[in-house]
Design a protein around this ligand. Sequence first.
Ligand code: SF4
Ligand code: SF4
Length: 453
Amino acid sequence: MELIQSIWEAGVVGAGGAGFPSHIKLNTTVDTLIINAVECEPLLETDKYYMRYFAEELIKSIEIVGAHLKVSRKIIGIKAKYKKEIECLTHAIKQQNAPIEIKALESFYPAGDEQMLVREILEVSIPPGGIPLAVGAVVSNVATLLDIEKSIRNIPVTSRVITVTGAVKTPTLISVPIGTSIKECLELAGDALPARYAVILGGPMMGADCHMEDVKNTFVTKTLGGIVVLPEDHPIITRKRLSFQHIINRTASSCIQCRMCTDLCPRFLNGHPLWPHKVMRAIGNGEKALEAYESALLCCECGICELYACPMGLSPKTVNQKVKQMLLSGGYKRKPSLGVSLTTEVHEMRNYRKVHSNRLTARVALSEYEHIHLDQVILFTPKCVTIGLKQHIGKPAIPCIKTGDYVTKGECIAEVEKDQMGARIHASISGIVTVTESAVIIRKDEQKEARHD
Ligand code: SF4
Ligand code: SF4
């Protein structure tokens, strides 16, 4: 079967980010396929596990995707310090006689941002507002490529391997069906240690904040690779929970315009016209400064400005997020390239201002969890899953089953049209279905299973 068809049928989306449908992203030809094997968010261990134990499948997938894209180069970008993983990949490359390069990178954050990765590997900058296609590249991450390899074997996306770490009794990797509750994921790690805790879904720098009261009603999606538990009064959490009005007040009273947020911003250092200090000045003073506000559209929300750079503890990233939302919801049309040519020059200090991963971990008060390295996976299947209909960029999928139906694991339960932005969704366990407005709930049919036994 044609690769794009297999990927579409299996419902593969970018597993490491916002969930861009892979059948759309890969429907092109380019010169270079870059594999994002950097796993740059602190504490996450999932991609490293995949590389140690599924290197053969990963290399096979890179070869298939590379042939489909008609690339002349396939390059794995990985941190030089991931020695064991590099060894496993090198072995698999040799075994398959695959013409794949490994580029060992410095350990800095956010090396896994695709704009940083392209810069490090190809030594060109993607134009502001652009994507890797603009420089003839496609970037795909490890988990996505493994989902693609499974799609070729007609296995849809129904589960995730997730790092559960931080303030839990037994940090672990878990392999669970999509739709498993976060509460059950925490229980697999022996539960949270602090009496009052918060959960970050994703990495600590860019992940979403989940209140402890919500863990029962929050569920694993196709894009979730990490669950990080922290005490509720941890600085990362308290910062995430400030009200926007409070952020504005603090900006107005405390921003000293030192421009550290801009000077350490990785996108600014890549040569993009992004100036968080100007956005902060405009917001703090209530100015109508369209050029500054437009620049917020170039922010990748890495959090360096907010959690690392600002000496006053202010929140430029959150301000950028809000400005972006306001511009886009107000109908602002993104300019294709915000006026800068393809040959974007990087800042002359870029190499000296990279934020080393160890420094970052210490600065954001995560050093006490830094030593946790995970190698064991707990397999778990819950009795009930709640599978969201929108786990990807684009339109929600439309259920193709109805309440009361019995579905088997792997069966398609929600569809999108092939030329639409979106992805199909499949049953992650077998059982009886309840369809709601935003999700499909599947409960195991214990009696039926007992009969089969
Ligand atoms: S680093 Fe902080 S204080 Fe300095 S300009 Fe940026 S927001 Fe203002
Ligand atoms: S979050 Fe801050 S440091 Fe990161 S890209 Fe946006 S403005 Fe730059």
